[in-house]
Design a protein around this ligand. Sequence first.
Ligand SMILES: Nc1nc2c(ncn2[C@@H]2O[C@H](COP(=O)(O)OP(=O)(O)OP(=O)(O)O)[C@@H](O)[C@H]2O)c(=O)[nH]1
Length: 362
Amino acid sequence: MSRTAVPPQFETTVAPSDQAGLPARNDPQILRICRIGRKLFNVAECIVTFRSSANAACSANTSSSASADCAASQMPGTEHAGDEGEAAFCLDIAPSDEFVVVPDASKHASLSEHPSVRGGPQIRFYASHPVYGQDRTVAGAISLIDHAPRAALCESERQTLADLAGLVERELELRIVNASQLDLQKKNKNLRRRSLIDPLLGTWNRGAIMRILTIEAIRCDKLGLPLGLIVADLDHFKKINDTYGHPAGDAVLVKVASRLRSCIRPQEALGRYGGEEFLIVLPGASHDTAMTVAERMRLAIASQPEVINGVTLNLTISAGVATSDQFPAATTEELISRADMALYAAKDGGRNRVVKAIPDSN
Ligand SMILES: Nc1nc2c(ncn2[C@@H]2O[C@H](COP(=O)(O)OP(=O)(O)OP(=O)(O)O)[C@@H](O)[C@H]2O)c(=O)[nH]1
């Protein structure tokens, strides 16, 4: 439906504003202020309207329907005939940077032509105070509407309307603070996550897997559960780098990490302990279980060649296993050292094998 042009003194000057933090339509806090305004002034309607970045559509001289693009809060339960309702009337009138009062719109030179004055809700009295955003530009307005003519507002009434506008401004400020706090929390979370993840492999990095190991060791100890550790290392990886280049070596590491990850359960953790060395933490895993997982990992790598840049590579890993049920008095560092020693034994033994840590014989 085409809209009646509003008089120049009420014309919306289109200035796209930042919408972040603008209250939603029928925001409960803004509605509360509207209810207070309605009661205080004993008027039919108290309406808060905001400019949105879609305000181009709110321009008085466009023919498109604008109210859907602009936020308007009003008392619930009031009747509106589409664009001819009170909210649409307020949205038609630009949030001026001055206090505006029209005692009888039907006698106003240009507003008398507005469809909401000539017919529809029969608007007569109209008063409005600007609402400022954080940048001190006009963000919207708080308006009073009545269906009978009224006297212009006295000084103290103007002050009351200005105070209500101040409350709306406070709500806007709160929303902006809340929005930036949420944004900050999200960024912090992402940063924290990034600081724990290996950027190449997407596994836990060394710091993170060590923390997981410490936490799980304490938890398992409290629950009387064993804790299993696997240290796994790619065999002859230097040769791959030297033959096919570092990027191909990186691609191999990514594939190996992915295969290793497929061998563990969600409560177990895979971390990059060094260049091509992985540490796997298995909470609740006994010696036998940890050996089974390590053997599953070895097979997952060795059973099928990997194709990198069109080159087929037969990969293998060696692994050392140590568990707390084997070494009940060991610290986490000692357990890692035991698993490491077993890994060296696997390398010495010819690679592509799993070796368990041997308790001292005395
Ligand atoms: N492409 C790539 N190579 C890495 C990365 N980190 C470490 N390396 C390489 O991994 C290789 C490890 O070599 P070595 O320690 O001799 O181990 P290896 O050749 O696998 O021999 P064994 O472990 O004894 O079987 C070195 O060439 C490192 O440069 C990485 O992130 N990307």
